[in-house]
Ligand binder design. Structure first.
Ligand SMILES: Cc1ncc(COP(=O)(O)O)c(C=O)c1O
Length: 426
């Protein structure tokens, strides 16, 4: 066999078995070349919120392709980019009034960080040029993003010598529904980190409520509110990375809404286009935006990815927003949430299983955390035999299904997850 030409992500190519070949998809299902159908419990790294082959999204893409596939946003504009900017300002938390596009979640985060540093410099505080991130954070794989991912448990420690040094606060530990008193210790830890290093901080960045790739660590809205207050107190911008949490994943359209908080900068991607094309939006408040208005040409925001505001991506994002609203996705997410609670979090046999450390559910997200990653060895093959595509990582077996997943399909996913623990006990 010649060596493969296609290099897969996060995979040791030496030992990689042939990947299942996908030839199509419909709703929450993937169709494989061998005739197998697999129910996707992860909706393709959490972005295919409408599932596969959605007729309205496909039609929007086709119509736009007939008109204009791409044009630079440098010095030109077009309806899809303008209309999506207006729509995003309407649906996101009050005060986020300006939209800067880019092509992926990582680049959207790079834009946010660069914006924060330039904001501070143009407000006369050039010494505030570092980031404060949280342990267990994941913000992407580009260099700037790797530098704000968890430096110990994240996957980028090899690059430590190459990356700029940023600051980290402990990951919050209080659960989503903790009362304020139970969150005080997390808030105190954040405060003491800010007290130590605020003089050089441009921004605090966080995945609000749900640290996704860092092990689906969930926290309380009180923590998010306190982060807002602390950032005001220490003159540090607050950046929400809603790449994973945005568009319904935590049960509200944006995680920020659980806390009633507006960040200074917010990043969206993944569900933005319903997963149908790669794109991202970095939104800023007027307060941030106005720091870039000047008679000095070099006070402009010097950034501009080639594909920013791509008309196909913007058009499909507009259609995705329309479907989300017209088909009342938040009620679909509520239904999925009730099932995930009942069938996983409240399941007696899972709760008694000594291999399981915790089961957490938030919105259309559920995770079973085990104490030893070995307990999950074989689960993917087991689920596939039951027609379900799961992709656990580390000690976390999770589902983040498409919102179009029906109750029967959701039940099939939870049964595969539960079934594994019964099967592997034997
Ligand atoms: C919270 C968060 N931020 C950023 C990213 C990076 O996005 P992308 O893979 O589109 O670069 C991800 C991807 O999983 C993410 O979960």
């Amino acid at each position: 066999m010649p060596p493969p030409t296609l290099w897969h992500p996060y995979a040791q190519m030496k030992a990689l078995p042939p990947a299942p070949k996908v030839v199509g998809g419909k709703g929450a299902w993937l169709q494989l070349e061998n005739g197998e159908s697999l129910l996707d419990a992860t909706c393709s790294w959490w972005c295919m919120i409408h599932g596969y082959g959605h007729p309205r999204l496909i039609e929007a893409l086709k119509r736009q392709a007939d008109t204009l596939c791409h044009v630079m946003l440098g010095g030109l504009t077009h309806d899809p980019a303008q209309q999506l900017a207006d729509a995003l300002v309407r649906v996101t938390p009050e005060g986020l009034n300006h939209v800067f596009y880019s092509d992926s979640g990582s680049v959207g985060m790079e834009v946010a960080m660069k914006m924060a540093v330039q904001y501070q410099a143009q407000r006369g505080r050039p010494e505030k040029h570092r980031m404060l991130s949280l342990m267990r954070a994941y913000h992407g794989d580009t260099s700037g993003c790797m530098a704000v991912c968890d430096p110990e448990e994240g996957m980028h420690s090899l690059f430590a010598g190459f990356l700029p040094k940023q600051h980290f606060a402990p990951a919050p530990t209080a659960p989503f529904d903790a009362p304020r008193e139970a969150v005080e210790a997390d808030i105190a830890a954040l405060r003491s980190t800010l007290e130590r290093c605020h003089h050089e901080l441009a921004a605090l960045l966080m995945e609000p409520l749900l640290q996704a790739a860092g092990g689906l660590n969930m926290t309380s809205p009180h923590y998010v509110q306190a982060a807002r207050e602390l950032c005001n107190e220490f003159n540090v911008l607050l950046i929400f990375d809603e790449v994973a949490t945005g568009f319904g994943r935590t049960g509200k359209r944006f995680a920020a809404e659980h806390a009633g908080v507006t960040p200074d900068i917010m990043v969206l991607s993944k569900g933005l286009t319903g997963g149908y094309l790669g794109h991202a939006a970095t939104l800023a408040t007027s307060h941030v935006y106005e720091a870039f208005l000047s008679d000095e040409p070099d006070h402009a925001f010097m950034h501009g990815p080639t594909f920013m505001g791509n008309p196909l991506a913007c058009r499909v994002a507009l259609e995705s927003l329309a479907v989300f609203e017209e088909e009342n996705y938040l009620s679909k997410i509520d239904t999925l949430n009730a099932m995930l609670r009942q069938e996983l979090a409240e399941d007696a046999s899972l709760r008694q299983d000594s291999r399981i450390e915790d089961i957490r559910v938030l919105g259309a997200t559920a995770v079973i955390e085990v104490t030893d990653a070995q307990s999950l060895e074989g689960v993917q093959a087991f689920a596939r035999e039951h027609g379900v595509w799961l992709r656990p990582f580390g000690r976390w077996l999770y589902t983040m299904p498409a919102y179009v997943t029906t109750p029967e399909e959701m039940h099939r996913i939870t049964s595969a997850m539960k079934g594994w623990f019964a099967f592997s006990k034997l």
